[in-house]
Design a protein around this ligand. Structure first.
Ligand code: PMP
Length: 395
């Protein structure tokens, strides 16, 4: 991203870290196939092996539990399909009869769940954006072996979910739990054994790595059955020549994230500063999920009367990239089903924009956002009232 730009859309994708870019180029320059026996193959294999170690360390997992994929969409599909179809050791889920997904899952989980030929039920969330555990318990008690999907942090609100508690509930009735940890990884500690999930998914490009790499972490690899077959890669669980450059970049991004998480970094103070200033600029602003535990990098907010698409466009013209939170792949802004699930009225949901920050964000970026948003709000209010009476304030 050029310096003319302020990029505040890290939950959509993070800018690739410079060290990662160099690593990707290095692996592509070697140019081997990790399955080849010769020097180029061995060098490339070493990059993939190191990445497996790094991803395992980031998630507190064992490297033997990791299967690399092309990204989290594929990983979610692989994990959910496998959990639904395969018998799990230890008496869990011998062939599921239904799928329970939280109301705030990513589209890739929703899509994979609906492709399973099983009834799909939606677990509600509270007004804070946290899964309703009492509702989950009740639904689990209604009978039938369930595959449950609960993400670790929501991509729109950043709200962190009680995955460990949910996993206990699910296991107590013989079900299995899948966790999409894409937005949490690198931003908050992810401890696979402590979460108790049967499968967990990560994506490289949400943590400073390149697109084109993701991973499923499985409690036992025997839980997984491959979607892509024909080659022996990834212990037969994901055929196809490994994207060694992307995987290696993913691994290095994980190493950098581990180091960042171990230091006090200023991501949450930048986000908190933004939210304090939003409230000064517009007292009526509502920050979604702010009463729950949230990722330190995400702020999803709305001021009644504004339109999210217009805000995103106006900010883009001012050199600032943010998201309307629920952009679909066509680039059009859809009404947020996450906000709907939280009981937010449609009119307010239509005003919501998401600022998500990360490793490259500075105080200047927050200042630039506040100046541009304040100007936008002042203009809109002046237009609405015919006078410039709205108080734009501190940047
Ligand atoms: N899950 C979540 C929570 C996400 O935010 C995303 C990306 N928007 C995905 C899954 C899909 O990840 P990928 O782009 O790696 O397929």
């Amino acid at each position: 991203m050029g310096s003319r730009w302020t990029y505040l859309d890290y939950n959509a994708t993070t800018p690739v870290r410079p060290e990662v870019l160099a690593r990707v180029a290095e692996v592509m320059t070697v140019g081997g196939n990790p399955s080849s026996v010769h020097r180029f193959g061995r060098l490339t294999r070493a990059f993939v092996d190191r990445a497996r170690e790094s991803i395992a360390e980031l998630a507190g997992a064992d490297r033997e539990q990791i299967v690399f994929t092309s990204g989290a969409t594929e990983a979610n599909a692989l994990a959910l399909r496998s959990l639904a179809r395969r018998a799990a050791p230890g008496g869990r889920a011998r062939g599921a009869s239904r799928v329970l997904i939280s109301a705030i899952e990513h589209d890739s989980v929703v899509g994979a769940a609906h492709a399973l030929d099983l009834p799909v039920e939606t677990v509600p969330v509270t007004a804070d954006g946290v899964v309703d555990l009492a509702a989950l318990e009740k639904m689990l008690g209604a009978g039938g072996t369930a595959v449950v999907a609960l993400l670790l942090a929501n991509n729109e609100t950043g709200v962190i979910q009680p995955v460990a508690t949910a996993a206990k509930l699910v296991h107590s009735v013989g079900g299995v739990l899948h966790c999409d940890a894409v937005q949490a990884a690198g931003r908050t500690p992810v401890d696979f054994p402590a979460l108790g999930a049967d499968t967990l998914v990560l994506s490289s490009h949400k943590m400073g790595g390149p697109t084109g790499a993701g991973a499923v972490i499985a409690r036992e690899l025997s839980l997984l059955s491959p979607m892509l077959i024909g080659g022996g890669q990834e212990r037969g669980l994901r055929a196809g020549t490994e994207n060694a450059a992307a995987i290696s970049g993913f691994g290095l991004a994980a190493e950098l994230a581990i180091s960042d998480l171990s230091k006090t970094n200023n991501i949450s103070s930048l986000r908190d500063n933004l939210e304090e200033r939003l409230k000064i600029m517009a007292a009526g602003v509502r920050v979604f999920g702010s009463t729950a535990a949230r990722l330190p990098n995400t702020s999803y907010f709305a001021l009644a009367g504004l339109d999210n698409e217009t805000q995103v466009i106006a900010l883009d013209l001012a050199g600032i990239a943010v998201s309307a939170g629920a952009a679909c792949s066509s680039g059009k802004v859809a009404a947020s089903r996450v906000l709907r699930a939280m009981g937010v009225p449609e009119s307010l949901a239509r005003a919501a924009i998401r600022v998500s920050i990360g490793w490259g964000t500075t105080r200047t970026d927050i200042d630039r956002f506040c100046a541009a948003w304040s100007e936008f709000v002042t203009r809109q209010m002046a237009r609405a009232t015919g006078t410039a009476c709205f108080a734009a304030a501190a940047h």
